[in-house]
Write a protein that binds this ligand. Structure first.
Ligand SMILES: Cc1cc2nc3c(=O)[nH]c(=O)nc-3n(C[C@H](O)[C@H](O)[C@H](O)COP(=O)(O)O)c2cc1C
Length: 202
């Protein structure tokens, strides 16, 4: 049976992470349930040039099967504890959305689904993007972690010697896929034998 993952896109920088993540979920035949905040939509526009939420562009193909929910529809199926799934990932996750989740606010379906994921003990992964961190963000991260969520900041490693922006995006997205148990073939895992393939050149 295919996996079922809820994806939230909020208004933090890093729309490319969301696009690549969704593309790879669809490629892995994962059932994607998507909610985009109004500021998330703005970031899709500003950083990817997208008009509206273009599911075909996000998925990289026409037959994507993605279900999208209206941000304000707190009556949507994903807002219910009875909606079984294999995890929720918010990528990128803004300070605002992280604060709402850390404090149990749920006046939209993204925050509500995240809150439900915590109480039902589903995996919740927060791919936060902002720097530097203030005390409030650090405390919110602690609160989410204590509640069982995983804070996985958009924080790419460089040990695989990326050459392109796409390589850097893949470093973050590969970790997110690992965290929800979706297989991928991205070259993002450190193994000593393959480490630093260009070391010693020049
Ligand atoms: C171009 C742009 C970039 C932004 N980047 C970030 C960011 O990286 N991290 C962040 O926490 N907020 C960022 N913000 C601010 C959030 O979008 C803002 O706090 C908003 O209320 C978030 O709402 P949401 O969490 O419902 O999407 C950015 C806003 C804009 C317009």
């Amino acid at each position: 049976m295919s996996k079922r993952i809820i994806v939230g896109i909020s208004g933090a920088s890093g729309a490319a992470y969301a696009q690549r993540f969704i593309e790879l979920l669809v490629a892995a035949e994962v059932e994607v349930h998507l909610v985009v905040s109004p500021l998330g939509q703005r970031l899709l526009h500003d950083e990817l040039g997208m008009e509206g939420v273009d599911l075909e562009v996000l998925a990289g193909r026409a037959d994507h099967g993605i279900t999208q929910y209206h941000y304000r529809d707190v009556g949507a199926s994903i807002a219910s504890g009875s909606f079984g799934h294999d995890g929720m990932v918010i990528v990128p996750c803004s300070n605002h959305t992280m604060a709402a989740i850390a404090n149990g606010l749920s006046d939209n379906v993204m925050h509500r689904a995240a809150s439900v994921a915590l109480k039902e003990r589903y995996r919740l992964v927060i791919c936060h993007r902002e720097t530097p961190l203030g005390l409030i963000e650090i405390r919110n991260m602690e609160q989410i972690t204590a509640a069982g969520g995983i804070v996985a900041p958009a924080n790419p490693g460089f040990y695989m010697l990326p050459r392109t922006v796409e390589d850097i995006v893949d470093m973050v997205v590969g970790r997110l896929l690992d965290l929800i148990g979706v297989e991928h073939e991205l070259n993002t895992r450190w193994t000593e034998s393959e480490a630093n393939p260009r070391a010693g050149r020049e």
